[in-house]
Ligand binder design. Structure first.
Ligand SMILES: [Zn+2]
Length: 418
């Protein structure tokens, strides 16, 4: 068997194409395979406009596709692609070879392999590993994701979660919509005002979903999102899920800490210095060292420790099995927070009182958690998925790059596998 014949078999070229030359270029360590069409090709090529049989018109310049390595050596396929001409309509077109991927520089197999690597590491790292530029890899990813996303089916979507994710710290945001039952990212777009809902509903309906099929929408207590839901999906019940409520409480604890550092008396700054991560954790997740530190801080009777305790109690309400118990405990919690805050000088617990007001104001949606609780777990995970997305898109923080990466990582799209 000649090397050409061997590569022909390995590439699975069939009867329409043949390897006419194979050589190893020692200087750049590249295996080059030259391919050309056989006469048999014209038996199967049809005019894309009217389906007529066509004949060969001419050939393109030599084109190159990166293929999977041969052993550890880079492998490239070159071919002067034939162009067909239709005798009926005169249409001239390039014949698409069976190995070509969605991008013009890579074969299908190479794209599948690069996608596999991209699941595991940042694009810039993949570029380094396979010896390609990251621009080319991104372009490939855009095409793959766009093609797979266009095929995505949203017809079964009924429970949706939405959350804002920051693209750059404190600046730009994207709103991410997720299918809570199938646990996948559905749609993401720039901004966090109510109009993102119009964009989402348009995308939903483009993929066979329907706005009035939405029965549950899980989200933060942002007035913008609430307005968006009211304007677009009349059948959806709004649920303010546990994760968002606790997030507000966490932020409030942090505000209390900062206010106390600013206004507190002697010794406060030393006690609270670099402690913000401590307060975000639950006691069961603290290391021994952190526990010791917390115990020491708590001896000082600080407002921050009080606020932390409030957060823990609030969290515990979510362990209530019945909605009636939860309702009662939320009310008691709000009264307790107000009562404690009134005893404090300088109104240091103001941030916690705001959380109490927010809870009273949104109690119905918060209590809906007890009806829909199970489905909401995905929203919490979405934040870490988004962080992973940012890591993978390292160095390319445009919204388009991030959204494409998000669909790739969390969209459960049908992408080629190798
Ligand atoms: Zn034609």
């Amino acid at each position: 068997m000649t090397p050409e014949r061997l590569f022909h078999e390995l590439l699975g070229l069939g009867l329409n194409w043949e390897v006419i030359e194979s050589r190893f270029e020692r200087e750049n360590g590249t295996v080059c395979l030259a391919i050309r069409e056989t006469d048999r090709l014209w038996e199967s090529v049809r005019c894309p406009a009217d389906g007529s049989r066509v004949s060969c018109y001419d050939h393109t310049e030599a084109l190159t596709w990166r293929h999977l390595n041969v052993f550890e050596h880079r492998c490239e396929i070159t071919c002067r692609l034939p162009r067909g001409k239709c005798p009926q309509c005169g249409h001239v077109f390039r014949v698409r070879p069976p190995w070509e991927g969605l991008s013009t520089h890579f074969t299908k197999e190479f794209e599948a392999f690069a996608l596999l690597l991209m699941r595991e590491m940042p694009v810039s790292k993949v570029a380094e590993v396979v010896g390609e530029t990251d621009t080319r890899l991104w372009r490939m990813l855009f095409r793959q994701v766009d093609a797979a996303y266009a095929e995505a089916d949203f017809s079964q979507v009924c429970c949706v979660g939405v959350d804002e994710m920051s693209v750059r710290k404190g600046h730009e945001y994207v709103s991410v919509f997720a299918d809570l039952l199938r646990k996948r990212a559905l749609f993401a777009t720039e901004g966090k005002d109510h109009t993102v809902w119009l964009d989402f509903v348009a995308a939903l309906e483009k993929h066979n979903g329907h706005r009035h099929a939405l029965t549950q929408v899980s989200m933060d207590m942002s007035p913008a999102y609430q307005k968006g839901v009211q304007e677009t999906c009349r059948n959806a019940q709004v649920v303010f899920d546990k994760f968002h409520v606790i997030r507000h409480a966490n932020q409030a604890v942090d505000e209390v800490r900062r206010a106390e550092v600013r206004l507190g008396g002697p010794g406060v700054w030393e006690a609270l210095r670099r402690s913000q991560w401590l307060w975000r954790k639950n006691p069961e997740h603290l290391t021994d060292q952190e526990q010791a530190r917390l115990a020491k801080i708590q001896q000082k009777n600080l407002r921050t420790a009080k606020a932390y305790q409030m957060r823990l109690v609030l969290q515990d309400i979510y362990r209530s099995p019945a909605v009636a118990t939860a309702r009662r405990r939320f009310r008691i919690w709000c009264r307790w927070v107000r009562w404690v805050a009134r005893q404090q000088p300088q109104n240091l617990l103001r941030a916690m009182v705001k959380v109490a007001e927010m809870i009273e104001h949104h109690l119905a949606g918060i209590l809906a958690h007890w009806k829909w609780g199970v489905t909401n777990a995905f929203m919490e995970g979405l934040n870490s998925v988004f962080s992973a997305t940012k890591r993978k898109a390292r160095g390319y923080r445009s919204t388009t790059h991030l959204i494409t990466m998000l669909y790739f990582v969390a969209g459960k799209l049908r992408l080629p596998q190798c």
